[in-house]
Design a binder for this molecule. Structure first.
Ligand code: C2E
Ligand code: CA
Ligand code: CA
Length: 904
């Protein structure tokens, strides 16, 4: 019933789909149905034909018998008359008295025999001598009306006979005065010669009114679908038909002028068929020859008769057929079948859709990175998705049909679970942090939602569904690109229960040292690629590495970002012991991470915090380890670093700077300063380097050396960089540049930003800046990471008209050979070259670089020149452009004009 309801609730589109699906079936069934009904029809027809043949045969026998019987009676009558005293007397003495006696006999006889239309005596010359007509009553025809029959075939035929022989004429029409008598009077004449001794004196002839005979015969026609039942003579002319339209058409001998007969058009076909039936154009025709004259011992001009029974087969089929051979009942049942098909398809459709929905649910569940577990009301697991198996390491068989307690971590106490289920009971769900145990017994925090599912009608509890996010896994709670230093968000999730369970582990010894390691694995490209496919197994491998190296000291491990883990350890006797363990663990500069598919050697940085006092504040110790890791990553850059308070301060300042830096643009705390670049030969200002300044209300003026690095690490440098470019462009027209260059520092991070070129063009258009006045200062490092990329970027900038200077040359790779492969305009010799210059020194490297640059047609500028001695020496070795305090310190925009005037 429900299904039926659903069928009616489907929408139009569904119906169209179902109709489409049904169509093939409907067509197929209709065809089959049609053929079945067609063959049924054929069966009906042939059954009808068989019956008809039998009936017709019976009919024919009956007709044959009737005719024979009739004629036999007639023959008896004829002989009664012939052998009567009156007739005998008249034959012997043909006087008037005897004649009258015979006349009187004929009248009497005729009176009793209504079917004898005439009784006659014709003399040898063919003249009628006596004639009694019987139409309504017997009438003796007066001698005036008696006719000459000498020409008539029956007369001539009979005259040939011997005594006692009988002639039977063809079925004929009565002729009166040489005209066919109307209404048509079919007659059969039976005659016999009369002899006086051997002397023929005339013939006795009786006319049988065949109307009676034929009507009697055909009254017996009970064939069911009879259309026409006709009687033909052997020439194919109608003797009788029951079709009103075709009148009696008896042949009248050779008097063709009376030929009103209609020949049966199919007579020839009948002749040619062996069988007694034939079907022509849906007309079923049976025909039977009968020979009712055979047994009569009579001379007859009759051949055999042919009874033809014709049925239009269309009439055999009930007349209310609608579709070809289908009648109304067939048709109704066909429509019924169509409806059934539609219904069946619709139900199937609904089932499938439901099944599909389930499948979809499963597929979605399988695709999602959340672990999904469905258990029944008794918490027996019925389904778990791929993520679940991936995460827990369990196999399907080990989980399905198990109780969910299998996954309990022991971290949470009884009370916790009691509360959890109470919440589910009251609210229908629970969500929070739940530590779960994996197959390898390690426990991991998950953010879990447990829903209960109830039957929507009975409200009976049917299932529990749990969805859990793996908090310790890749990016679950810390976005990968801001992963470092974001311990705070991790701590929000870190359940105090974890710490407590760690501190309450049975083998935990309070008086000993414990602590934690924050460790960051430096993923290389190969690793990253592999991690995408098999993150879990890599994690697993690292977990195992830590377990085996810390041995019994292993506490727990939590992954807090894609590459960062926190590892807890315990039960060390003194710091030396911790250090020696750590040393053995991390004795190699690379950690081997491997699984069955691949193996990697990864470099790493770790920060370690040890304590004995902070029992109550384990969180703080995790903080310390993490701070140490950060410090190590930024400043110390060693494999391992131990916590010290100094780090705390550094990291604290970094945090503070970060905090304020994020708000600096909005608070309008940045401004620019300009440091001139001077050609000492011509004594001209060739341009200015644009340098960024940040003055914060709390922290004061902060050196770009300090905040630029932080801005780079926190991803803020791009916005800041655009601010610098836009701010420079804003003042472009206020400056009297005339071929001078404005040199803007571009961070490597910004240099790689795809939008840089388009953004710069946009800003140039906005402020109407001619980019040939603009120079980008980039460090060598941007050229070495990706040769092709760097080359493309430089080309794009070149196209825009921007020139390129290599900043801080001499501090990094310092390969002029390599740099020469790029199209750069300027080399900025780093301040370190000249910083410690004492008069009389020879700066060999600088010399070498300057010579080479000349060959390569690259300008050289020396930064940080503070003294005339430095400048003079540099001039002597070929440097002509200088930037440094000797000429000018970086100045604010408003100072430029005065400076330029005084410079002249
Ligand atoms: P830099 O590009 O090498 O800039 C030159 C630095 O040397 C400037 O420090 C400048 O004030 C300083 N300086 C110039 N002449 C002398 C001198 O004769 N003696 C000494 N002792 N120092 C001199 P500043 O402005 O503190 O900038 C430091 C660094 O910060 C810059 O080094 C540059 O790497 C970065 N920086 C500054 N502004 C920007 C900027 O707008 N964007 C980017 N990405 N980095 C910038
Ligand atoms: Ca610079
Ligand atoms: Ca520099």
């Amino acid at each position: 019933m429900n299904l039926l309801k659903q069928v009616f609730k489907l929408n139009k589109l569904d119906y169209v789909k179902i109709l489409k699906k049904s169509l093939i079936l409907v067509v197929a069934v209709t065809i089959v149905y049609y053929f079945l009904s067609e063959s049924n029809y054929q069966n009906k027809i042939s059954e009808y034909q068989d019956i008809t043949r039998i009936t017709d045969q019976t009919n024919a026998n009956y007709i044959s018998f009737s005719v024979n019987h009739y004629l036999a009676d007639l023959k008896d009558d004829l002989f009664i008359l012939k052998n009567s005293d009156e007739m005998t007397a008249y034959v012997n003495h043909q006087n008037t008295t005897n004649l009258e006696e015979v006349e009187s006999l004929f009248l009497r006889f005729s009176h009793n025999k209504s079917d004898l239309s005439q009784i006659r005596f014709i003399n040898t010359s063919g003249m009628e001598v006596i004639r009694v007509n019987h139409l309504d009553d017997p009438v003796l025809v007066s001698s005036m009306d008696l006719q000459d029959k000498s020409e008539r075939y029956y007369f001539l035929e009979t005259m040939q006979l011997e005594d006692n022989q009988v002639y039977i004429s063809k079925l004929d029409l009565n002729i009166e005065n040489d005209h066919i008598e109307l209404p048509y009077q079919p007659v059969i004449r039976m005659s016999t010669p009369l002899y006086q001794q051997d002397q023929l004196i005339g013939i006795l002839i009786v006319n049988l009114n065949a109307h009676h005979l034929l009507n009697a015969i055909f009254a017996s026609d009970h064939t069911e679908y009879s259309e026409t039942l006709s009687l033909f003579n052997n020439e194919g002319y109608y003797i009788y038909n029951d079709n009103e339209d075709i009148l009696y058409g008896h042949v009248i001998d050779d008097r063709q002028q009376y030929q009103l007969t209609q020949a049966y058009p199919m007579i020839n076909l009948l002749d040619n068929t062996e069988s007694q039936s034939i079907t022509v154009d849906q007309h079923f025709i049976t025909y039977i020859e009968i020979d009712p004259f055979k047994d009569l011992n009579a001379i007859s001009s009759n051949g055999q008769w042919l009874i033809v029974h014709e049925t239009n087969l269309i009439n055999v089929i009930p007349s209310n057929h609608l579709l070809l051979t289908l009648d109304i009942y067939d048709f109704m049942s066909l429509i019924g079948i169509w409806l059934l098909i539609f219904l069946a398809v619709a139900i199937n459709y609904i089932y499938r859709r439901e099944g599909f929905k389930l499948n979809v649910v499963r597929r979605i569940a399988d695709e999602t990175s959340d672990a999904v577990v469905i258990s029944n009301e008794n918490q027996i697991i019925e389904y778990a998705n791929k993520s679940f198996f991936d995460f827990t390491g369990y196999e399907q068989d080990a989980i399905i049909n198990q109780h969910t307690r299998l996954l309990k971590s022991q971290i949470h106490g009884k009370l916790f679970y009691q509360k959890l289920w109470e919440h589910v009971d009251q609210n229908g769900y629970w969500q929070g942090i739940l530590w779960q145990k994996k197959k390898n017994q390690l426990i991991f925090p998950k953010h879990m939602i447990i829903y209960e599912m109830r039957d929507h009608k009975s409200r009976h509890l049917t299932n529990y569904v749990s969805l859990s996010k793996d908090l310790a896994a890749n990016g679950a709670f810390i976005q990968p690109n801001i992963s470092l230093n974001d311990l705070d968000s991790f701590k929000q999730y870190l359940n105090q229960d974890l710490i407590e369970s760690f501190l309450n582990q049975p083998d935990f010894e309070e008086d000993k040292l414990f602590g934690s390691i924050a460790i960051s694995l430096n993923q290389n490209d190969e690793y990253r690629q592999f991690a995408e496919q098999s993150n879990q197994s890599i994690q697993q491998s690292f977990v195992e590495f830590m377990q085996s190296c810390l041995e019994t000291h292993f506490g727990f491990i939590v992954r807090i970002s894609p590459q960062t883990y926190i590892v807890a350890f315990k039960n060390f006797n003194h710091e030396k012991e911790v250090e020696s363990f750590i040393e053995t663990c991390f004795s190699q500069p690379l950690i081997q991470i491997s699984n069955k598919y691949a193996s990697f050697l990864l470099s790493f940085h770790a920060g370690i915090a040890i304590t004995s006092k902070f029992h109550h504040d384990y969180m703080q110790m995790i903080d310390h380890a993490h701070t140490t890791l950060q410090y190590n990553l930024t400043y110390q850059k060693q494999n391992i670093a131990y916590y010290s308070e100094k780090m705390e301060n550094t990291i604290a300042r970094e945090k503070e700077i970060t905090y304020h830096l994020k708000r600096a643009i909005d608070k309008n705390e940045f401004y620019l300063v300009y440091q001139p670049q001077i050609n000492s030969d011509t004594n001209e200002i060739i341009g200015y380097e644009i340098l960024l300044r940040w003055k914060n209300e709390v922290l004061g003026l902060i050196s770009p050396y300090e905040f630029i690095r932080i801005a780079e690490e926190r991803g803020m440098i791009i916005d800041i960089g655009y601010w610098v470019i836009e701010e420079t462009f804003k003042h472009y027209h206020e400056m009297n540049l005339q071929g001078k260059i404005l040199s803007i520092n571009i961070s490597p991070i910004q240099f790689l930003d795809q939008k840089l070129a388009s953004e710069v063009s946009y800003l140039a258009a906005k402020y109407d800046v001619n980019l040939t006045n603009i120079e980008f200062e980039v460090t060598e490092s941007v050229l070495v990471t990706d040769f092709n990329l760097a080359q493309n970027r430089l080309k794009t900038f070149k196209k825009l008209g921007i020139s390129i200077a290599i900043d801080d040359f001499g501090t990094g790779y310092s390969s002029l050979q390599y740099i020469s492969k790029f199209d750069v305009n300027k080399l900025k010799l780093d301040r370190s070259f000249v910083k410690d210059y004492q008069p009389g020194d020879e700066l060999f490297i600088a010399k070498h670089v300057i010579n080479l640059s000349k060959d390569l047609n690259i300008k050289v500028i020396c930064e940080g020149t503070e003294t005339i001695e430095q400048i003079n020496y540099l001039k002597s070795i070929g440097v002509h452009i200088f930037q440094g305090y000797y000429y000018a310190k970086p100045m604010i925009f408003s100072e430029i004009k005065t400076y330029e005037q005084s410079f002249k």
